[in-house]
Design a protein around this ligand. Sequence first.
Ligand code: NAP
Length: 259
Amino acid sequence: MPTALITGATAGLGKSFTRALAEQGYDLVLVARSERDLKEHAELLRAGHGIRTEVLPADLTTDEGCGRVTARLTAEPAVDLLVNNAGIGYDNAFLETGIQAEERLLDLNVRAVLRLTDAALGEMTRRRSGAIVNVASVAGLGPAWLSSTYPASKAWIIGFTESLAVSQQVRDAGVRMMALLPGYTRTEFHQRAGIPTTFPPAWLWLHSDDVVRSALRDLRKGKVLSIPSLRYKTAAWGLRHLPRPLSRRFAWDISKPGH
Ligand SMILES: NC(=O)c1ccc[n+]([C@@H]2O[C@H](COP(=O)([O-])OP(=O)(O)OC[C@H]3O[C@@H](n4cnc5c(N)ncnc54)[C@H](OP(=O)(O)O)[C@@H]3O)[C@@H](O)[C@H]2O)c1
Protein backbone atom coordinates (compact mmCIF):
# COMPACT_ATOMS: atom_id res chain seq x y z
CA MET A 1 0.00 0.00 0.00
CA PRO A 2 1.30 3.51 -0.76
CA THR A 3 1.84 5.89 2.16
CA ALA A 4 0.92 9.59 2.33
CA LEU A 5 2.01 12.14 4.94
CA ILE A 6 -0.33 15.09 5.42
CA THR A 7 0.37 18.16 7.55
CA GLY A 8 -2.56 19.95 9.15
CA ALA A 9 -4.43 16.64 8.96
CA THR A 10 -6.98 17.26 11.71
CA ALA A 11 -9.13 20.01 10.16
CA GLY A 12 -10.32 21.57 6.93
CA LEU A 13 -8.48 20.72 3.72
CA GLY A 14 -6.01 18.43 5.49
CA LYS A 15 -8.83 16.34 6.91
CA SER A 16 -10.42 16.14 3.46
CA PHE A 17 -7.08 14.94 2.04
CA THR A 18 -6.90 12.20 4.67
CA ARG A 19 -10.42 10.98 3.86
CA ALA A 20 -9.90 11.03 0.08
CA LEU A 21 -6.55 9.25 0.30
CA ALA A 22 -7.85 6.68 2.79
CA GLU A 23 -10.64 5.90 0.31
CA GLN A 24 -7.94 5.29 -2.30
CA GLY A 25 -6.23 2.82 0.05
CA TYR A 26 -3.27 4.95 1.19
CA ASP A 27 -1.75 4.29 4.61
CA LEU A 28 -1.49 7.65 6.33
CA VAL A 29 0.91 9.61 8.52
CA LEU A 30 -1.05 12.45 10.14
CA VAL A 31 0.72 15.60 11.35
CA ALA A 32 -0.69 18.47 13.45
CA ARG A 33 -0.05 19.90 16.92
CA SER A 34 -2.94 18.38 18.89
CA GLU A 35 -2.14 14.74 19.71
CA ARG A 36 -5.67 14.14 20.94
CA ASP A 37 -7.24 15.33 17.65
CA LEU A 38 -4.71 13.29 15.67
CA LYS A 39 -5.47 10.09 17.58
CA GLU A 40 -9.24 10.55 17.34
CA HIS A 41 -9.11 11.17 13.60
CA ALA A 42 -6.62 8.36 12.96
CA GLU A 43 -8.91 5.92 14.77
CA LEU A 44 -11.89 6.94 12.62
CA LEU A 45 -9.85 6.48 9.43
CA ARG A 46 -8.54 3.11 10.56
CA ALA A 47 -11.99 1.87 11.49
CA GLY A 48 -13.67 3.28 8.37
CA HIS A 49 -11.14 2.25 5.73
CA GLY A 50 -9.00 -0.54 7.19
CA ILE A 51 -5.80 1.39 6.48
CA ARG A 52 -2.70 1.80 8.67
CA THR A 53 -2.30 5.18 10.34
CA GLU A 54 0.54 6.84 12.25
CA VAL A 55 0.15 10.03 14.26
CA LEU A 56 2.99 12.50 14.42
CA PRO A 57 2.31 15.45 16.73
CA ALA A 58 4.57 18.33 15.70
CA ASP A 59 4.52 22.11 15.77
CA LEU A 60 5.88 22.95 12.33
CA THR A 61 6.80 26.50 13.34
CA THR A 62 9.65 24.97 15.39
CA ASP A 63 12.94 23.38 14.37
CA GLU A 64 12.19 20.42 16.58
CA GLY A 65 8.74 19.89 15.04
CA CYS A 66 10.07 20.09 11.48
CA GLY A 67 12.91 17.75 12.46
CA ARG A 68 10.48 15.08 13.71
CA VAL A 69 8.62 15.18 10.40
CA THR A 70 11.72 15.21 8.18
CA ALA A 71 12.99 12.19 10.15
CA ARG A 72 9.77 10.34 9.26
CA LEU A 73 10.04 11.42 5.62
CA THR A 74 13.43 9.76 5.34
CA ALA A 75 12.42 6.58 7.22
CA GLU A 76 10.55 3.39 6.29
CA PRO A 77 7.89 2.66 5.18
CA ALA A 78 8.68 5.20 2.47
CA VAL A 79 6.35 8.15 1.98
CA ASP A 80 4.97 8.16 -1.57
CA LEU A 81 2.92 11.36 -1.29
CA LEU A 82 3.65 14.42 0.86
CA VAL A 83 0.90 17.02 1.28
CA ASN A 84 2.29 20.25 2.76
CA ASN A 85 -1.05 21.63 3.83
CA ALA A 86 -0.74 23.26 7.29
CA GLY A 87 -0.87 27.04 7.02
CA ILE A 88 -2.14 30.13 8.86
CA GLY A 89 -3.21 33.68 8.12
CA TYR A 90 -4.13 36.73 10.20
CA ASP A 91 -6.82 39.35 10.11
CA ASN A 92 -4.47 42.11 11.35
CA ALA A 93 -2.66 44.65 9.24
CA PHE A 94 1.10 44.07 9.05
CA LEU A 95 2.00 46.83 11.49
CA GLU A 96 -0.44 45.48 14.09
CA THR A 97 0.34 41.79 13.89
CA GLY A 98 3.71 41.97 15.62
CA ILE A 99 6.92 40.58 14.24
CA GLN A 100 6.83 37.35 16.28
CA ALA A 101 3.47 36.38 14.85
CA GLU A 102 4.64 37.34 11.35
CA GLU A 103 7.70 35.15 11.76
CA ARG A 104 5.48 32.29 12.94
CA LEU A 105 3.44 32.64 9.75
CA LEU A 106 6.57 32.48 7.61
CA ASP A 107 7.92 29.55 9.65
CA LEU A 108 4.77 27.52 8.96
CA ASN A 109 3.72 28.70 5.50
CA VAL A 110 7.23 28.87 4.01
CA ARG A 111 10.04 27.40 6.10
CA ALA A 112 8.25 24.15 7.01
CA VAL A 113 7.26 23.65 3.36
CA LEU A 114 10.90 24.18 2.35
CA ARG A 115 12.25 21.76 4.93
CA LEU A 116 9.71 19.00 4.37
CA THR A 117 10.00 19.28 0.59
CA ASP A 118 13.78 19.07 0.86
CA ALA A 119 13.60 15.87 2.92
CA ALA A 120 10.90 14.21 0.81
CA LEU A 121 12.26 15.23 -2.58
CA GLY A 122 15.71 13.82 -1.79
CA GLU A 123 14.19 10.43 -0.95
CA MET A 124 11.74 10.47 -3.85
CA THR A 125 14.33 11.34 -6.49
CA ARG A 126 16.58 8.55 -5.14
CA ARG A 127 13.68 6.09 -5.34
CA ARG A 128 12.61 7.60 -8.67
CA SER A 129 8.96 7.90 -7.64
CA GLY A 130 6.67 10.00 -5.49
CA ALA A 131 4.63 13.18 -5.45
CA ILE A 132 4.43 16.39 -3.42
CA VAL A 133 1.40 18.69 -3.16
CA ASN A 134 2.05 22.12 -1.64
CA VAL A 135 -1.08 24.00 -0.60
CA ALA A 136 -0.83 27.65 -1.65
CA SER A 137 -3.81 29.93 -2.41
CA VAL A 138 -5.32 31.93 -5.26
CA ALA A 139 -4.33 34.90 -3.07
CA GLY A 140 -0.70 34.06 -3.88
CA LEU A 141 -1.22 35.08 -7.52
CA GLY A 142 -1.60 38.77 -6.95
CA PRO A 143 -2.13 41.68 -4.63
CA ALA A 144 -5.17 40.00 -3.11
CA TRP A 145 -4.93 41.28 0.45
CA LEU A 146 -3.13 44.55 1.12
CA SER A 147 -1.07 44.92 4.30
CA SER A 148 -0.83 41.16 4.77
CA THR A 149 2.13 38.82 4.45
CA TYR A 150 -0.16 35.82 3.78
CA PRO A 151 -0.40 36.29 -0.04
CA ALA A 152 3.38 36.76 -0.20
CA SER A 153 3.92 33.50 1.68
CA LYS A 154 1.63 31.71 -0.78
CA ALA A 155 3.32 33.39 -3.76
CA TRP A 156 6.56 31.84 -2.49
CA ILE A 157 4.95 28.37 -2.45
CA ILE A 158 3.71 28.80 -6.03
CA GLY A 159 7.09 29.99 -7.33
CA PHE A 160 9.01 27.35 -5.38
CA THR A 161 6.78 24.47 -6.46
CA GLU A 162 6.63 25.52 -10.10
CA SER A 163 10.38 25.95 -10.38
CA LEU A 164 11.09 22.48 -8.96
CA ALA A 165 8.20 20.69 -10.67
CA VAL A 166 9.33 21.54 -14.19
CA SER A 167 13.06 21.19 -13.53
CA GLN A 168 14.83 18.47 -15.47
CA GLN A 169 16.19 16.79 -12.35
CA VAL A 170 12.75 16.31 -10.79
CA ARG A 171 10.98 15.37 -14.03
CA ASP A 172 13.69 12.88 -15.03
CA ALA A 173 13.37 11.24 -11.61
CA GLY A 174 9.65 10.71 -12.25
CA VAL A 175 8.62 12.79 -9.22
CA ARG A 176 5.53 14.99 -9.54
CA MET A 177 5.10 18.29 -7.76
CA MET A 178 1.97 20.41 -7.74
CA ALA A 179 0.85 23.61 -6.03
CA LEU A 180 -2.82 23.68 -5.02
CA LEU A 181 -4.43 27.14 -5.13
CA PRO A 182 -7.80 27.06 -3.38
CA GLY A 183 -10.12 30.05 -3.11
CA TYR A 184 -12.34 30.66 -0.07
CA THR A 185 -13.04 27.24 1.41
CA ARG A 186 -15.18 26.44 4.45
CA THR A 187 -12.71 25.19 7.08
CA GLU A 188 -11.51 26.36 10.50
CA PHE A 189 -8.97 28.70 8.88
CA HIS A 190 -10.97 31.94 9.04
CA GLN A 191 -12.21 31.33 12.55
CA ARG A 192 -8.65 30.62 13.76
CA ALA A 193 -7.39 33.76 12.01
CA GLY A 194 -10.24 35.92 13.27
CA ILE A 195 -11.24 36.64 9.66
CA PRO A 196 -14.99 37.32 9.33
CA THR A 197 -16.77 34.82 7.11
CA THR A 198 -19.63 37.17 6.34
CA PHE A 199 -17.85 39.10 3.59
CA PRO A 200 -17.55 36.73 0.62
CA PRO A 201 -21.01 35.86 -0.73
CA ALA A 202 -22.12 32.24 -0.31
CA TRP A 203 -21.47 31.35 -3.97
CA LEU A 204 -17.75 32.12 -3.53
CA TRP A 205 -17.27 29.47 -0.85
CA LEU A 206 -15.92 26.06 -1.82
CA HIS A 207 -16.32 22.76 0.01
CA SER A 208 -13.01 21.26 1.15
CA ASP A 209 -13.90 17.77 -0.15
CA ASP A 210 -14.54 19.24 -3.64
CA VAL A 211 -11.23 21.14 -3.56
CA VAL A 212 -9.33 17.98 -2.63
CA ARG A 213 -11.12 15.80 -5.19
CA SER A 214 -10.23 18.30 -7.90
CA ALA A 215 -6.63 18.55 -6.65
CA LEU A 216 -6.07 14.79 -6.68
CA ARG A 217 -7.53 14.62 -10.21
CA ASP A 218 -5.13 17.36 -11.34
CA LEU A 219 -2.20 15.55 -9.69
CA ARG A 220 -3.05 12.39 -11.64
CA LYS A 221 -3.13 14.46 -14.85
CA GLY A 222 0.37 15.80 -14.09
CA LYS A 223 -0.69 19.44 -13.62
CA VAL A 224 1.78 21.78 -11.92
CA LEU A 225 -0.85 24.23 -10.65
CA SER A 226 -4.30 23.14 -9.53
CA ILE A 227 -7.02 25.79 -9.22
CA PRO A 228 -10.31 24.15 -8.23
CA SER A 229 -13.58 25.54 -9.66
CA LEU A 230 -14.37 27.74 -12.65
CA ARG A 231 -14.97 30.72 -10.30
CA TYR A 232 -11.42 30.69 -9.07
CA LYS A 233 -9.89 29.73 -12.41
CA THR A 234 -11.46 32.97 -13.69
CA ALA A 235 -10.24 34.95 -10.68
CA ALA A 236 -6.77 33.48 -11.15
CA TRP A 237 -6.78 34.47 -14.81
CA GLY A 238 -7.65 38.03 -13.78
CA LEU A 239 -4.94 38.17 -11.13
CA ARG A 240 -2.36 36.92 -13.62
CA HIS A 241 -3.34 38.97 -16.65
CA LEU A 242 -4.90 42.24 -15.53
CA PRO A 243 -2.45 45.11 -15.24
CA ARG A 244 -1.12 45.06 -11.67
CA PRO A 245 -2.21 48.64 -10.83
CA LEU A 246 -5.77 47.69 -11.81
CA SER A 247 -5.90 44.49 -9.73
CA ARG A 248 -4.44 46.39 -6.77
CA ARG A 249 -7.55 48.60 -6.82
CA PHE A 250 -9.76 45.57 -6.18
CA ALA A 251 -7.56 44.12 -3.45
CA TRP A 252 -8.94 43.72 0.04
CA ASP A 253 -7.07 46.19 2.30
CA ILE A 254 -7.01 44.81 5.82
CA SER A 255 -5.42 47.99 7.17
CA LYS A 256 -8.62 49.93 6.43
CA PRO A 257 -10.74 50.47 9.55
CA GLY A 258 -13.75 48.14 9.48
CA HIS A 259 -12.51 46.23 6.44
N1 NAP B 1 -9.70 27.78 3.95
C1 NAP B 1 -9.44 28.60 2.94
O1 NAP B 1 -10.28 29.43 2.52
C2 NAP B 1 -8.09 28.51 2.25
C3 NAP B 1 -7.95 29.17 1.02
C4 NAP B 1 -6.74 29.11 0.37
C5 NAP B 1 -5.70 28.40 0.93
N2 NAP B 1 -5.85 27.77 2.13
C6 NAP B 1 -4.71 27.05 2.68
O2 NAP B 1 -5.09 25.70 2.91
C7 NAP B 1 -4.27 25.14 3.94
C8 NAP B 1 -5.16 24.42 4.95
O3 NAP B 1 -6.01 25.39 5.53
P1 NAP B 1 -7.40 25.05 6.18
O4 NAP B 1 -8.31 26.10 5.72
O5 NAP B 1 -7.76 23.62 6.01
O6 NAP B 1 -7.01 25.33 7.73
P2 NAP B 1 -7.65 24.84 9.11
O7 NAP B 1 -9.03 24.32 8.92
O8 NAP B 1 -7.43 25.99 10.05
O9 NAP B 1 -6.70 23.62 9.54
C9 NAP B 1 -5.37 23.85 9.89
C10 NAP B 1 -4.66 22.53 10.21
O10 NAP B 1 -3.27 22.82 10.39
C11 NAP B 1 -2.84 22.40 11.69
N3 NAP B 1 -1.82 23.35 12.16
C12 NAP B 1 -2.00 24.67 12.45
N4 NAP B 1 -0.85 25.21 12.90
C13 NAP B 1 0.07 24.21 12.88
C14 NAP B 1 1.44 24.13 13.26
N5 NAP B 1 2.09 25.19 13.77
N6 NAP B 1 2.10 22.94 13.10
C15 NAP B 1 1.44 21.85 12.62
N7 NAP B 1 0.15 21.87 12.25
C16 NAP B 1 -0.53 23.03 12.39
C17 NAP B 1 -4.12 22.39 12.53
O11 NAP B 1 -4.08 21.48 13.64
P3 NAP B 1 -3.45 21.92 15.09
O12 NAP B 1 -4.09 23.23 15.45
O13 NAP B 1 -3.78 20.79 16.02
O14 NAP B 1 -1.98 22.05 14.87
C18 NAP B 1 -5.13 21.88 11.50
O15 NAP B 1 -5.04 20.48 11.38
C19 NAP B 1 -3.47 26.31 4.52
O16 NAP B 1 -2.17 26.27 4.00
C20 NAP B 1 -4.22 27.54 4.02
O17 NAP B 1 -3.37 28.66 3.91
C21 NAP B 1 -7.04 27.81 2.81
